[in-house]
Design a protein around this ligand. Sequence first.
Ligand code: URA
Length: 197
Amino acid sequence: METGELSLDALRREATHCTACELYESATQTVFGEGPPTAWLMLVGEQPGDKEDVAGRPFVGPAGRVLDTALERAGIDRAEAYLTSAVKHFRFEQRGNRRLHKTPGVTHIRACRPWLDGELRAVRPAVLATLGAVAGKALLGPGFRISRVRGEVLEWEGRSLVPTVHPSAILRGPPETRDEALDALVSDLRVVAGLRR
Ligand code: URA
C-alpha cells in the first residue's frame, strides 16, 4: 500500500482492509492509532493486545492502564499524544479459550511499516517515544537494544526520539519489582515531557 500524503482519516479507512501479512486472518480488526492529528508527541507501542483487538482502539487494556498512570505521573495528558503501535493486528496463540500474546516478527513489522510511516507523515510529531523493543526496532533498526539507550534523547529524522520500555513489561515482571519498574518508566516519560513544544 502506498500511503503517500493520505490524511489520518484516509489512512485509518485504508488500513481497515489491510492484508499485507497473515495477521489479519485471525485478528478481529485493524487497531489504528488515535489522538490529535497535530500532536507534538507520538507514542509508538508494539501491537494491540486482546482488549484492544476487541475494542478497536490502542492502549485500552491492562498495559494501557499502566501507561495512563505513568503518563499522568510524568505530567503528560494522554489526550495530547497520538498513540499507535508498530503492528496493527493482534498476533496471538490460542490456548483453550485464552488468546496469548505472541511477539510480532520482522515480517509483520515490515508489512505494517507503511501505516506507521503514513501516521508519521500526517501527524508530524516533534517528539517520539518508542515503547519496548519492537517499536524501537521498527524505527531504529534491528540492532536496537533498549538497555543501551532507554531514557536518552536520540535524533531520528529531524525529530527527538526517546526509547523506553513497554508498559506490559512492568506487568510481566515479578510483583516486588513493579513499583521500581514503573518509577523508571515515569522517569523516561519525564524526559519526554521536557521536550514538549
Ligand atoms: N500494546 C501496544 O503496543 N499497543 C496497544 O494498543 C496495546 C498494547
